[in-house]
Design a protein around this ligand. Structure first.
Ligand code: COA
Ligand code: ZN
Length: 312
């Protein structure tokens, strides 16, 4: 049986949060609506964070109100605190993703509090959400390395997961915020996590900062992970991590996995059309490769000078 891999696109959050110029609300909605028709399992549509911290996503409520929802897609919003959870509830997000960093320094840079303070706040967030139908996932940034502190130990990551599990989250996402992970490390950590938390949905979120993104996806699959995040076009990056660059590119991930025989349920042609539209909207070249090269199945006519030899 072909193995199913779930693809989550996070361009409307991780991508748009760091774009150098303002993307109008209608254009954000247009991209999310295109993604909704591709077959991706989840779309992270925005974040409900401080508009001073991330001005690009200050239109989060308008975006959520304007999208055409596909009932087969889970619409996710990133939330750092109670205020964000209240806004996400009001905007009818299907799922919220909490965020903490495995490293203290990045957590302070990102959300201006200690890791312990973040988790204490999440307790209050869950109180706010109790009784609602919104799902809760916990994300761990810098799970594979921190641009300020360097190595992040497996114990640090497991400690964060255990705290999320105590809160009752349905899944945990592991972010390689600045592309420091290597495939051996990914496989080792993913195996350790699956063994320790067999009932938890694990999702991997890689950035391609050092060209290891696709290799890390395959390492995750080798360890049994079936959920991966990517950004359309390969946009993305954390504004609070020096040197951050784009996520693994969703269409490149889908192209690779489908050509290897995995079933992603994603219509690659529609995804590529969305990526081309994204390029027009942001007005600069995208890091993604398949959108430029074409699919490996897209063939070219032979050079005309070969024609006589070929017809012989
Ligand atoms: N939504 C909207 N506004 C919010 C908010 C939220 N979720 N949380 C806080 N604010 C506002 C407060 O109302 C306050 O506004 P004011 O200055 O007009 O009174 C201001 O933001 C500061 O609030 P405070 O609680 O003191 O927060 P802070 O300054 O300590 O910042 C965070 C903490 C978490 C709100 C902020 O760092 C943040 O939003 N970070 C987002 C990080 C991010 O998105 N990173 C990339 C993705 S991982
Ligand atoms: Zn990211």
């Amino acid at each position: 049986m072909t193995q199913h891999i779930f693809i989550h696109d996070v361009v409307a959050r991780d991508g748009f949060q760091i774009e150098p110029s303002w993307i109008p609300t209608e254009r954000k909605i247009e991209i999310i609506d295109m993604l909704s028709q591709t077959g991706v399992a989840k779309v992270e549509a925005t974040s409900f964070v401080s508009p001073k911290a991330v001005p690009n996503l200050r239109d989060a409520a308008e975006v959520m109100a304007g999208i055409r929802r596909n009932p087969g897609v889970t619409y996710v919003a990133l939330v750092p605190n109670v205020r964000g959870a209240e806004r996400a509830l009001a905007a009818k997000a299907d799922e919220i993703v909490l965020v903490v960093s495995a490293s203290e320094t990045h957590n302070r840079a990102n959300v201006r509090r200690s890791v312990a303070e973040s988790f204490a706040g999440f307790g209050e967030v869950l109180d706010v959400l109790r009784g609602s139908r919104v799902g809760v996932v916990g994300a761990i940034a810098t799970a594979f390395g921190c641009p300020f502190e360097g190595v992040v130990s497996e114990a640090q990551v497991i400690d964060c997961v255990a705290r999320y599990v105590d809160l009752g989250v349905r899944g945990v996402t592991f972010g390689d915020t600045t592309g420091m992970a290597n495939p051996k490390q990914v496989e080792r950590l993913a195996r350790a996590l699956a063994q320790r938390f067999p009932d938890l949905d694990l999702t991997l979120h890689f950035h391609n900062t050092r060209g290891m993104g696709l290799a890390n996806v395959l390492a995750g699959i080798a360890a049994g992970v079936v959920r991966f995040e990517g950004c359309l076009g390969g946009l993305g990056g954390c504004p609070f991590a020096p040197g951050a660059t784009g996520n693994v590119c969703t269409e490149d991930v889908v192209h690779m996995l489908e050509s290897m025989g995995y079933d992603t349920g994603v219509d690659l042609d529609r995804l590529l059309a969305a990526s081309r539209r994204l390029g027009e909207i942001v007005g600069h070249e995208l890091p993604g490769q398949v959108v430029k090269a074409g699919k490996s199945s897209d063939l070219h006519p032979p050079p005309p000078e070969l024609e006589p030899t070929l017809s012989r």
